[in-house]
Design a protein around this ligand. Structure first.
Ligand SMILES: CC(=O)N[C@H]1[C@@H](OP(=O)(O)O)O[C@H](CO)[C@@H](O)[C@@H]1O
Ligand SMILES: [Mg+2]
Length: 501
């Protein structure tokens, strides 16, 4: 491996001195102007990871729900999963090394991870529709190429599609074909098969309005539409022809403002949903006959999916262990409902798909969702084999339920200085700065059915404040009060937080 060539090429993607970025909740994220060196170095790192695992590795260029001027990058491991934690540390070290130190850090990672330099490497790359994404993905390609890695650039892709491509390539196409066509075929077939079996009255004209956050989801849904045209009529909004990415629309906007996106007209009881900028989140919503807005967020989706799965399992007579995984952002009532009414065990992990996914793998069937709409259901391999066999062999109601479960398996693409605040207990308790948690506890006590917690964001330079209570007014007031104590005790800078009610 020619470290001198790496060093020379790196000079074209020189790191601004002193700039330190961390591999966060979902990779690196910041203003696109600061990311060129990160992209080049993540190209290098992807090659090392590919050599080490002897498998295809993915690199996705996106900043998801963040504003259009930001960008970011994350690596995808061989089974379509998030990068292993020890390699996240390598990513941070490599990204933080000053220019002249970088080749040495690269060599140290190789040594530590026993990477065989002679091993072949293959990297697949995808990007979202941000204006900066194309150039940044070229920098990734530059990094891959200088280390002699082979690559396939898929160009514009949603994040879930790239996860799918990586997994397909590493499973010798057993999971599906590693092409857009393969993706569309697999998912639409599962969807059409499933919807044929769950016919409800009045459902002859299934239709859904989709807010695409002015992002990649619009392009990819257009490509996919004709594959499931018999099963669903789709109307796209915020398709990127006019508005700005994630601006006043998209899953993050709808979830955090609890209102419809701009640019979508909603009639009563129409089914609507929103993606985020890289289409790996979805939230559903509708307005009832009185014009009230109802949001079906990740908490609700997890509840609906697990109750549907439980019904089907009862039908096929299998008692498999189902677990639901949430984060601290899950509304307390959803957790209570799952545990007390549905009798499903619920677990809480840190924020970020990687944490939920990991926990969900412990069950026969693990359903996980972040409140903001990231999530899926995972089926263990043994369960998948069992269900698919039953779907072929069993008859009547049992066979029907098994066929539905088999379609569900195919339909879920199963693949996923604010730092003064330190947290514990799945981020629900702050341990530093001193006194902060006690102050929050005192505020929470003043309200009914209340919870609140704070944590540093892993994707933006902000502290997130979460609050829930028995009414909107109380939740807003509690959030404001908590933000004030954060400002006081965690060294807030700039303007004091203002009430938003
Ligand atoms: C409260 C919240 O929604 N946090 C989001 C956000 O992470 P932060 O670390 O909170 O910035 O972006 C992540 C990546 O998209 C997503 O996984 C996570 O759920
Ligand atoms: Mg996203």
């Amino acid at each position: 491996m020619d470290l001198e060539a790496v060093s020379k090429r790196s000079a074209f993607h020189a790191k601004p001195q002193g700039l330190i970025l961390q591999y966060g909740t979902a990779g690196f994220r910041t203003n696109a102007q600061h990311l060129d060196h990160i992209m080049f170095r993540m190209g290098l790192l992807a090659v090392l990871r590919s050599k080490q695992t002897r498998a295809t590795i993915g690199v996705m260029v996106t900043a998801s729900h963040n504003p259009e001027e930001d960008n970011g990058v994350k690596l995808i491991d061989p089974l379509g999963e998030m990068l292993a934690p020890s390699w996240e540390e390598h990513a941070t070290c490599l990204a933080s090394a000053e220019e002249q130190e970088m080749p040495r850090v690269l060599a140290a990672i190789m040594e530590k991870e026993a990477v065989d330099p002679q091993q072949a490497a293959f990297v697949v790359i995808g990007r979202d529709t941000r204006p900066s994404s194309e150039k940044l993905s070229q920098s990734v390609i530059d990094g891959v190429t200088v280390l002699g890695g082979q690559l396939h650039d898929y160009g514009l892709l949603t994040t879930p599609q790239l996860h799918y491509m990586v997994y397909c390539r590493n499973s010798g196409d057993r999971y599906g074909k590693a092409t857009i066509e393969g993706y569309c075929q697999k998912l639409s077939k599962a969807f059409v098969d499933l919807t044929k079996q769950v016919s409800c009255s009045g459902d002859e004209n299934r239709s859904v309005k989709v807010d695409c956050a002015n992002g990649i989801g619009a392009l990819k849904l257009k490509e996919m539409e004709h594959y499931f045209s018999q099963g669903l009529l789709v109307q796209l909004f915020n398709d990127g022809t006019e508005g700005r990415l994630n601006h006043l629309c998209g899953a993050d906007f709808v979830k955090s403002h609890q209102k419809p996106p701009q640019g979508m007209e909603m009639k009563s009881n129409e089914r609507c949903c929103s993606f985020d900028g890289d289409a790996d989140r979805i939230v559903y919503y509708y307005c009832d006959a009185d014009g009230h807005f109802h949001l079906i967020d990740g908490d609700k989706i997890a509840t609906l999916i697990s109750s549907f799965l439980k019904e089907l399992l009862l039908e096929i007579g299998e008692s498999l262990n189902i677990g639901v995984v949430q984060t601290a952002y899950a509304n307390g009532s959803s957790t209570r409902y799952l545990e007390e009414v549905m009798k499903v065990p619920v677990y809480c992990t840190k924020t970020g798909v990687k944490h939920l996914h990991h926990k969900a793998q412990e069950f026969d069937i693990g359903v996980y969702f972040e409140a903001n709409g990231h999530g899926t259901a995972l089926f263990s391999e043994a369960v998948e084999v069992k269900i698919k066999r039953l779907a072929q062999e069993a008859e009547d109601e049992k066979g029907k339920a098994a066929k539905m479960l088999a379609s569900i398996i195919d339909l879920f693409n199963q693949v996923a200085d604010r730092r003064v605040i330190n947290t514990t207990d799945a981020e629900r308790q702050a341990v530093t700065p001193p006194g902060l948690q006690e102050a929050i506890n005192d505020l929470v006590k003043k309200y009914k059915l209340a919870r609140a917690f704070v944590r540093p964001s892993g994707t933006e330079d902000i502290v997130r404040v979460y609050a829930e209570a028995d009414s909107q007014e109380s939740a807003d007031r509690l959030a404001y009060e908590v933000s004030l104590v954060v400002f006081q005790l965690a060294g807030g800078i700039g303007e004091r937080p203002q009430p938003s009610f």
